[in-house]
Design a protein around this ligand. Structure first.
Ligand SMILES: [Zn+2]
Length: 135
C-alpha cells in the first residue's frame, strides 16, 4: 500500500454502493470531479476528507482535483447478490486509496494492480458516485 495507509471504510448497501463513499464524498463531488484533500505544508494527498493532515498534523489543507486514475489494490466479487458486483480498494495515482466499485468489467478477468479510471454513476437521491472501470 502507498505511504498513506488510510483507506476509506464503510459498510455496503444492498445496491453495492459503499456507504462511506456515499457519505464522505457527498460534500466533495461537484460537476463530476473527484476531489481529494492535499496538505499545503508537506504536499501529501489524503483521503478520507478531514481537516488535519494525517502525515504532519497541519491544518493547512486544500481540495485538489484527482486525475481519476489509479490501480486496484484489492477487490472482492459479491456473487451472492441478486446482481453480482465488485467492491474494491483503488489506490489513486495521488497516493490515497478509496473504497469503491468496479463496473462494466468481467469480474473474473480483474486483477490486483490493474489500471482503472473513474466514472461517475448516478445515485438515488444523492450526488453521482465515483466508480471505476478498467482502462
Ligand atoms: Zn501534511
Amino acid at each position: 500500500m502507498a505511504a498513506d495507509s488510510t483507506v476509506f471504510g464503510g459498510g455496503l448497501t444492498p445496491q453495492g454502493m459503499a456507504d462511506g463513499v456515499r457519505v464522505g464524498l457527498r460534500a466533495v463531488l461537484t460537476d463530476g470531479k473527484l476531489l481529494v484533500k492535499r496538505c499545503r505544508d508537506c504536499g501529501e494527498h489524503h483521503h478520507y476528507p478531514r481537516d488535519g493532515c494525517p502525515f504532519c498534523g497541519s491544518l493547512n489543507t486544500e481540495w485538489r482535483q484527482a486525475r481519476g486514475q489509479g490501480t486496484i489494490y484489492s477487490f472482492s466479487v459479491m456473487r451472492r447478490a441478486e446482481v453480482p458486483y465488485v467492491v474494491a480498494y483503488v489506490t489513486l495515482d495521488e497516493g490515497p486509496s478509496m473504497m469503491t466499485n468496479i463496473v462494466d468489467a468481467d469480474a473474473d478477468a480483474l486483477c490486483i494492480g490493474q489500471r482503472v479510471a473513474v466514472r461517475f454513476q448516478p445515485s438515488e437521491g444523492g450526488p453521482p458516485l465515483p466508480v471505476f472501470v478498467p482502462v
